[in-house]
Write a protein that binds this ligand. Structure first.
Ligand code: ADP
Ligand code: MG
Length: 584
């Protein structure tokens, strides 16, 4: 399907609107073209008759013209109002499709693309597209109708004058197109510069807390001032070009009239043209020139709209990396037995992050992953919900390859508590209920109780209806973490991943949260990554992963006795703590 077809498919639901819009466009053009024609008729057949005939006919022609202009009024209203609404509806449809596509795209896509830029596409590009969608066909259609119609009528009035006119217009069009190409470059520069302003603004606002904590307001202001000034300079140069362009354009129109008046004067002198014919001729020139200008000015909008649509289609055509097999079955009655068999994984074309890793976790057991930062622990965990697919090997849950089951059922079977907690703007209740859309108030409260956060929530003015603020800024790290644990309690998955869930917390909060986490992992197959080894001592198996791969595995006691990497970590963390705690 070529790009034009793909564009046209968005018109399909609004066929009726579109055709009506076009019909109105035709009527408007016909009315505009017929005015000088009626004048011509009056001049030839009525005004040359006696006083009686003129008085008798003028009322009729007045009424006829009034009727035409009333019809034109409604058509113009339809074009402006419903034409724009059609464009806006198409824009909304595209935005809906783009949003759906954003939801479908995989983690890897977001690893490679900047969210600020994606957001700007959702707003700017779609606006350009909608303008094109509405004005495009109508402008092109009306303009061509008027240009062709008036040209034919001009030729009928006077051939030599029209040929001279054509020559002058051709020069004007060529000149304008060249100007336009130059302006395009300047407009593009405008866009680049405003994007920089936006990025700078977005960055600074999103990171305003960091800015303030480093007392970097002045530096930020300087950075912003620079991009702001650059944008201003770019705008100024585009206005200079526009000034020249528009001034030349009106000069050219003036030139046209001068040419016509001179050649018309000569024709009148020669007797081949009457004064009234010259006036009618001038009226048609106006109808002829004005759509030419519209078309030339529209090329800019046309290019912008199509460029936007191309970018839109680029995203729409991106295939998500993680897709469901057509015959995928839901994962049901999950017991939670997990097996990684010979799993290798790399993100891009880089080196393997994981190589030949095999882990089996029986139902309800706990496996802990330990190792230096960057070793691949988080990566291993993100393979289980298929955030990324293994490069080699297989992962099964209850014996089912995770690539054979539906994504929803797979992800519903897994709860994840991470170090970074994301809170959506909304109330506390809504944020907990993110784990289960149709949860009852009772269930939400129970989940909050299990996560040790109920008392805190009740201490807030509005309780569960308290707003968390943008990204949860009004909550402490520990409180956010407990809310995220409540989410998972509510979701109640058979499998649990705890990825450094307590690493960002102070000791006090950690102890508190540790308690709810052990409650959460009770009776669930759990993969736990923890910085503090005290929390994983009781795991059924501990696996030490470095960037060299799996280095050690076994129970806490076995690994301590092995006296390798784990033992070294362990001794490091517990130096100074009494021996009873060191040797459980
Ligand atoms: P850990 O959780 O053990 O600290 P990670 O699994 O986060 O380690 O990272 C393992 C390696 O993979 C690191 O070298 C990291 O730079 C790389 N990595 C992590 N996430 C991505 C990603 N989204 N894209 C590319 N490389 C990544
Ligand atoms: Mg990690």
């Amino acid at each position: 399907m070529n790009i034009l077809n793909r564009f046209v498919r968005y018109y399909k639901p609004y066929r009726l609107l579109f055709y009506t819009d076009m019909l109105c466009a035709v009527i408007v053009s016909v009315v505009d073209l017929s005015f000088p024609q009626i004048l011509n008729h009056l001049n030839k057949n009525v005004f040359t008759q006696g006083r009686e005939v003129i008085l008798h006919s003028i009322g009729f022609f007045g009424a006829a013209l009034l009727t035409l202009y009333i019809i034109r009024y409604f058509c113009q209203y339809f074009i402006t109002c419903w034409g724009h609404i059609m464009g806006a509806r198409m824009e909304a449809d595209m935005r809906r499709d783009l949003f759906t596509q954003f939801q479908r795209l995989s983690f890897s896509y977001y690893d490679q693309n900047n969210t600020g830029e994606l957001m700007s596409r959702l707003v700017n590009d779609l606006f350009d597209i909608s303008e094109l969608a509405h004005h495009g066909p109508e402008n092109i259609f009306i303009s061509f109708l008027k240009i062709i119609g008036s040209f034919v009528l001009l030729m009928l009035l006077n051939v030599p004058m029209t040929l001279i006119l054509l020559a002058v217009t051709a020069i004007m069009v060529i000149f304008s197109i060249q100007r336009n190409l130059k302006m395009k470059a300047v407009f593009l520069d405008n866009r680049v510069k405003i994007a920089k302003v936006n990025t700078s603004l977005q960055d600074s606002l999103a990171g305003i807390r960091v800015v303030k904590s480093f007392a970097n307001e002045e530096a930020e202001k300087m950075k912003f001032r620079k991009s702001n000034q650059d944008f201003l300079a770019s705008k100024a140069s585009s206005y200079k070009m526009m000034g020249g362009y528009f001034a030349w354009n009106s000069f050219f129109s003036g030139l046209l009239y001068i040419v016509v008046i001179i050649s018309g004067g000569l024709s009148i002198a020669g007797g081949s043209l009457t004064l009234t014919e010259l006036v009618i001729y001038l009226l048609y020139i106006n109808i002829f020139v004005q759509p030419l200008e519209v078309l030339i000015n529209f090329t800019e909008q046309f290019q912008k709209g199509f460029a936007g649509f191309k970018r839109f289609e680029e995203i729409m055509e991106t295939k998500p990396d993680i897709i469901e097999k057509p015959n995928a079955l839901p994962l049901e009655n999950v017991k939670g037995e997990i097996e990684f068999s010979n799993v290798s994984f790399r993100y891009n074309l880089d080196d393997d992050v994981l190589q030949n890793v095999s882990v089996r976790i029986p139902t309800g057991r706990k496996v802990a992953l330990v190792g230096p930062s960057g070793g691949g622990k988080t990566t291993l965990c993100s393979l289980l919900p298929r955030f990324y697919d293994v490069t080699e090997g297989t992962i099964t849950i209850d014996g089912n390859d995770i690539r054979d089951v539906t994504l929803d059922s797979l992800r519903n079977a897994i709860g994840i508590v991470q170090q970074d907690v994301y809170m959506f703007s909304g109330t506390i209740k809504e944020n907990i209920a993110y784990g289960k859309a149709n949860a009852s108030d009772q269930e939400i409260i129970e989940a909050a109780r299990s996560a040790n956060i109920h008392e805190f929530i009740m201490s807030l003015g509005l309780g569960y209806d308290t707003f968390v603020g943008e990204r949860g800024v009004r909550l402490s790290g520990g409180q956010k973490q407990r809310l995220s644990i409540a989410r998972v309690f509510l979701k109640n998955p058979p499998i649990l991943i705890l990825d450094e869930a307590t690493s960002a917390l102070d000791n006090e909060s950690e102890r508190y949260i540790q308690e709810s986490l052990s409650k959460l992992s009770h009776n669930r197959t759990t993969i736990i990554i923890a910085h503090r080894l005290s929390t994983i001592k009781n795991a059924d198996e501990i696996i030490v992963i470095t960037d060299e791969g799996v280095q050690e595995r076994g129970t806490h006691r076995q690994l301590v006795n092995l006296d390798g990497i784990y033992a070294r970590y362990y001794n490091m963390q517990f130096e100074g703590i009494d021996t009873q705690e060191r040797q459980p």
